[in-house]
Design a protein around this ligand. Structure first.
Ligand code: SF4
Ligand code: SF4
Length: 96
């Protein structure tokens, strides 16, 4: 009884934590739609930067920022398109 429902919710516990990453398309757009929806306020920038960055230590991998982005700039770290993988380090380095 109720056999199927519970078994679906245990799998993600085994996945490693993978932060989301902001990539190339944000440059020059920087509209902060993602900032408004992030539940842990881990997306930051400053006046000297051309884009926003996600703090990988604070990101809880909720994915809420992906759909609001008007230019599809945000990806889970393990799904960043090959031409933009340098942005994984760029996001990390911003918070050092
Ligand atoms: S995945 Fe969630 S926690 Fe991480 S930056 Fe996006 S909205 Fe914030
Ligand atoms: S919503 Fe997209 S374009 Fe806007 S600041 Fe965030 S990552 Fe950049």
């Amino acid at each position: 009884m109720a056999a199927g429902r519970e078994s679906h919710s245990v799998g993600p516990l085994e996945l490693p934590a993978v932060a989301y990453v902001i990539t190339q398309p944000c440059i020059g757009v920087k509209d902060a739609s993602c900032v408004e929806v992030c539940p842990v306020d881990c997306i930051h920038t400053d006046d000297d930067s051309e884009m926003y960055f996600i703090d990988p230590d604070e990101c809880i991998d909720c994915g809420a920022c992906v759909d609001p982005c008007p230019v599809d700039a945000i990806f889970p770290e393990d799904e960043v398109p090959a031409e933009w993988t340098s942005f994984i380090k760029i996001n990390v380095d911003y918070f050092k």
